[in-house]
Design a binder for this molecule. Structure first.
Ligand SMILES: Cc1cc2nc3c(=O)[nH]c(=O)nc-3n(C[C@H](O)[C@H](O)[C@H](O)COP(=O)(O)O)c2cc1C
Length: 173
């Protein structure tokens, strides 16, 4: 049976926006992701989908750890240009923002972030182009009160572009 897929239908799915960061010993990197969800409560586990081409993917595979910073509504578009469209292979992104090393060794980005969490990889699912990393939460912290940035606001009000390496990329957008 063949099924016609209407790409538009998927564009109604809702997401937040985050910095996903990791390390390979003293090499640090981070990238924008929208594909974060908390998947269980007891214990708290989070999942994130990462393109295999990304440097962050390589670092998570090596360190078996990642950090997620929840971005604030007021995050400037320049932050997305750096973390969402440039690779750590070409630019030292972390040298341009405020961060600290967390208990997992991952860089935890504090700039433009409301809160952050670190996780140790518990399971990964190979999806071909992407990997879903599922992690056990190892630490979490609130930096300040505020409104988390939604993917819809980023796209509609900030005129933000999506990326061909994001799992929800649509060529018809
Ligand atoms: C709005 C937005 C959402 C994104 N979401 C994801 C995502 O969920 N997963 C992913 O692998 N890449 C996503 N990306 C793309 C990466 O941020 C981008 O490819 C980045 O340059 C990878 O950097 P790296 O090579 O330094 O790891 C997104 C980009 C943007 C702008």
């Amino acid at each position: 049976m063949s099924v016609e897929l209407d790409q538009e239908a998927f564009s109604n799915l809702s997401y937040g926006l985050y910095v996903l960061s990791s390390h390979d010993e003293d090499s640090l990197n981070g990238q924008i992701v929208n594909s974060v969800i908390q998947v269980t409560y007891d214990p708290i586990r989070v999942a994130v989908t990462v393109n295999k081409k990304n440097l962050t993917h390589r670092y998570i595979t090596k360190s078996r750890a990642f950090a997620i910073s929840v971005l604030d509504h007021s995050t400037p578009i320049s932050f997305f240009e750096l973390f969402g469209f440039r690779s750590g292979r070409d630019v030292d992104k972390l040298s341009k923002v405020r961060f600290k090393r967390g208990i997992t060794g991952c860089p935890v980005v504090e700039e433009n972030a409301l809160s952050a969490m670190e996780a140790l990889v518990f399971k990964e699912v190979d999806l071909g182009t992407h990997t879903i990393f599922i992690g056990n939460a190892a630490a979490s912290e609130i930096f300040r009160e505020g409104e988390p940035l939604s993917y819809q606001y980023y796209r509609d009000d900030m005129n933000g572009d999506t990326s061909p390496t994001a799992p929800n990329f649509s060529p018809v957008d």
